[in-house]
Design a protein around this ligand. Structure first.
Ligand code: SF4
Ligand code: SF4
Length: 190
């Protein structure tokens, strides 16, 4: 054994250890201390609402067709004058996302024509059984903000669903009141 092998190599072998000992610790104490994600982090999905509480989802299934992992299941149904869940003809009667399959790629939210589907920053999606990782519509729907009504109910912002999609509400006072509530810190639905 040479002098280098007997004296220097053992010291060199601990080189990384010695260098790291004096650096700032970067270990995160998750789950006791949770770090905020990047603002555009792809987390759990959310089904959004219009300012009057109606659902933005029209049950078109475009998100399901766009999904490369076959993680979304949608069944649309027709609104009726007595039971309306969204503006226009159709709404999503059944909406499921299977988080055992989802790779959080975001292609589904790109496909959605009404911005009904967006993604939150929520990333704690682990569970101890398979059934609870299939999220139902009730798990994904955005909460009702102050002033919103739980569907089914009539269209409050306009009689024309096109006004909803264009943001040109025939009832501008409702929209203004809603914007004011948001500004007061009620939170955003999308
Ligand atoms: S994020 Fe990607 S994998 Fe997940 S449901 Fe949407 S399209 Fe499918
Ligand atoms: S979330 Fe969007 S794309 Fe998916 S069914 Fe509803 S409206 Fe269509």
């Amino acid at each position: 054994m040479t002098l280098k092998e007997s004296l220097w190599d053992p010291v060199a072998g601990f080189g990384v250890t010695f260098r790291t000992m004096f650096r700032k610790v970067v270990t995160e104490q998750y789950p006791f201390e949770k770090q905020p994600t990047a603002p555009r982090f792809h987390g759990r999905h959310q089904l959004n609402r219009w300012p009057d509480g109606l659902e933005k989802c029209i049950g078109c299934e475009l998100c399901a067709w766009a999904c490369p992992a076959d993680a979304i299941y949608v069944e649309g149904a027709s609104n009726s004058p007595d039971e309306r869940f969204s503006p226009g003809e159709r709404y999503g009667r059944v909406y499921q996302i299977n988080y055992l399959r989802c790779i959080l790629c975001g292609l589904c939210i790109e496909a959605c024509p009404t911005r009904a589907l967006t993604m939150t920053n929520e990333y704690e999606l682990a569970d101890d059984n398979r059934a609870d990782l299939i999220y139902e519509k009730s798990d994904l729907l955005a909460p009702l903000l102050p002033g919103m009504e739980q569907p089914p109910h009539a269209m409050r912002l306009s009689d024309d669903e096109g006004d909803y999609y264009r943001g040109t509400y025939a009832n501008p006072q409702f929209a203004a009141d809603f914007a004011a509530r948001r500004a007061e810190g009620a939170g955003a639905s999308e």
